[in-house]
Design a protein around this ligand. Structure first.
Ligand code: PMV
Length: 363
């Protein structure tokens, strides 16, 4: 697949107005995407668990305009008009116009809401951008009804990537790979693909309890962060390591080796933060409570032999990962030992999910 294949031929159908709606989840990377070329082409492959509870619902209403002029849209969050969201969506529309040439022909109303609290430090860009990309694909599908569902998902992922890189991993589930590599056949820099190799029972319904250690604004935007990998002294080694880690993860997923899994994902999380600490300018995005939590997880694991591990995004919050079979004592530990390190004691219980769902899709 090349970008060219996502540029549509003349549409076979006409549409005057309608409404579509999708809910799309967030995802958590096990092998991290950090570093990109133009238009969110990743410097290295990544793989993520699609989540289930943390999601965005978007309703897209559209009415055909008399004249094709500029973009014409309004954005609402939880029913409130959000003019400050406008520039980000406009940039996205400009970027995808060549692939969705109808964008200037309609007036759009975009209504969006998230299941997780707005200022939770959980990025809504993956779920938000994927939900919007799916809504736009539902409209394109009406204009071109002969499209296959495989193409629909692939193009939705492709468009989501142009909005926010990691959003391309939120369309399907439960494990998604993005970034061309030799371990996963069919992998691409342009869109996410399902990981179709053997996965052990241990990883089915894997749990992700998200500890809201710091709910503040991000200290460094992910765009700035990715760009710091240009000219970074360890960039080449890091990108090569991500390929090696993906190759190493394959037999781990197949055999169900939880110790090896935990070692790999924790190392990935700490490497991501090490890249930020060794870039110029440098950042420490962990907070004292992030380290408290990590040390407690390590001590608890040693003491009990339970398979609890962690991963981090580009922030202070901690994703506590563990198999469903061990959920009871681990959740008890989260409540009694880790919740005190969260802002207002807040954490979110999530688990592996299987991708976005159409709520209104009048095909
Ligand atoms: O999609 P972005 O540009 O917000 O980048 C996300 C980067 C990480 O969350 C840190 C890692 C990842 O692979 O999701």
């Amino acid at each position: 697949m090349t970008e060219q294949q996502f540029i549509p031929q003349a549409y076979s159908n006409k549409v005057s107005q309608g409404t579509v709606s999708w809910e799309s989840p967030s995802n958590i990377a096990l092998i991290k995407y950090w570093g990109k070329k133009k238009d969110q082409i990743p410097e290295n492959p990544s793989i993520s668990f699609t989540l289930n509870a943390c999601k965005t619902t978007t309703v897209l209403s559209y009415t055909k305009k008399e004249e094709t002029s500029d973009f014409d849209f309004e954005v609402y969050l939880d029913g409130k008009h959000k003019p400050d969201f406008q520039p980000k969506i406009k940039t996205f529309f400009e970027r995808v116009l060549v692939y969705l040439p109808f964008l200037k022909e309609f007036t759009f109303k975009i209504e969006t809401s998230n299941t997780f609290p707005h200022s939770s430090g959980i990025a809504s860009s993956a779920s938000g951008m994927s939900a919007l990309a799916l809504c736009l694909m539902s409209l394109e599908n009406q204009l071109q009804p002969e499209m296959t569902s495989e193409f629909f998902n692939q193009k939705a992922s492709f468009l989501a990537r142009l909005g926010s890189g990691s959003a391309c991993r939120s369309i399907e589930g439960d494990l998604i790979v993005w970034g061309a590599n030799t371990t996963v056949k069919g992998s691409s820099d342009l869109f996410g693909v399902k990981y179709t190799y053997a996965v052990h029972e241990n990883f089915k319904s894997y749990q992700d309890t998200i500890l809201l250690v710091d709910k503040g604004e991000k200290q460094v935007s992910s765009t700035v962060g990715h760009n710091l990998m240009h000219g970074h002294p360890f960039a080449a080694q890091r990108f090569a390591q991500a390929h090696d880690n993906l190759a190493a993860l394959k037999p781990i997923l197949e055999s169900g080796d939880l110790e090896a899994f935990i070692a790999l994902i924790e190392s990935e999380a700490l490497t991501l933060h090490a890249m930020m600490m060794t870039s110029m300018p440098y950042f420490i995005l962990m907070k004292p409570n992030t380290l408290e939590v990590i040390n407690k997880i390590w001590a608890f694991r040693k003491e009990t032999g339970l398979h609890v591990g962690f991963t981090l995004d580009a922030g202070a919050n901690v994703h506590v990962l563990y198999p469903k079979a061990e959920a009871e004592p681990i959740l008890e530990f989260v409540k009694s030992e880790l919740a005190v390190h969260c802002q207002n004691g807040q954490f979110i219980c999530d688990e592996i999910g299987f991708g976005a769902k159409a709520l209104i899709n009048n095909k």
